[in-house]
Design a protein around this ligand. Structure first.
Ligand SMILES: [Zn+2]
Length: 202
């Protein structure tokens, strides 16, 4: 074998080796690519499964929260209902309490009538009432201020209300003198006995 042949053979061998190395490199690259793809897939799966579990956790949490919130709302509603019921009860009680004693029954009174004439009022004829206010039919009555103080609102029955504004010489005790604008009406009234209520509301 000549030196030249040897050189050629070596070169061929080197070429073969290079070609093989090239092949290996190519295979390595493919393997690497496969590995990378596999790794990527695994990573994607891991992330997605993590994400899935995270999502399911979040869903579970949301559900739990919703349940909890629903329960809380129900509790609040129940509480509110209870409060409203209690308030309504209290209001009803208060109304009953305030409505009932607005008018106090005072008993039966002797009821007479008078007008501003001299026969009825003498020296005070045509003047103001004892309270200072001018007498008004449908409003003014005279009473014993020890029994019914000035300004008392009274009911002579059937919602006929009057205000105690005057007094009179003969008006003592359970006696009310109703003011009328003309003498004949007062005379016609005569003497009557009526149940009297006193307004004690605010
Ligand atoms: Zn008169």
């Amino acid at each position: 074998m000549t030196q030249r042949e040897q050189m050629r053979k070596r070169k061929e061998a080197e070429k073969k080796i290079a070609a093989m190395q090239k092949k290996w490199k190519k295979r390595d690259r493919i393997l690497l690519a496969i590995e990378a793809v596999t790794l990527l897939l695994v990573a994607v799966m891991a992330i997605s499964s993590g994400a899935y579990s995270k999502t399911s956790y979040a869903l579970a949490e949301t559900e739990f929260k919703l349940e909890f919130e629903t329960e809380t709302e129900t509790e609040i509603e129940t509480e509110t209902k209870t409060e409203t019921e209690t308030e309504t009860e209290t209001e009803t009680e208060t109304e009953t309490e305030t409505e009932a004693p607005e008018w106090e029954y005072l008993g039966e009174f002797e009821i007479t009538a008078y007008c501003p004439c001299y026969a009825c009022c003498g020296q005070w004829s045509g003047g103001p009432t004892r309270s200072g206010a001018m007498p008004q039919e449908g409003v003014t009555v005279a009473a014993d201020w020890n029994v019914l103080p000035k300004g008392s609102l009274i009911d002579l029955g059937n919602g006929e209300t009057r205000i105690v504004q005057d007094t009179g010489g003969g008006v003592v005790g359970n006696h009310i003198d109703i003011y009328m604008s003309d003498h004949q009406s007062a005379v016609n009234w005569g003497v009557q006995y009526r149940d009297v209520w006193l307004y004690v509301g605010e």
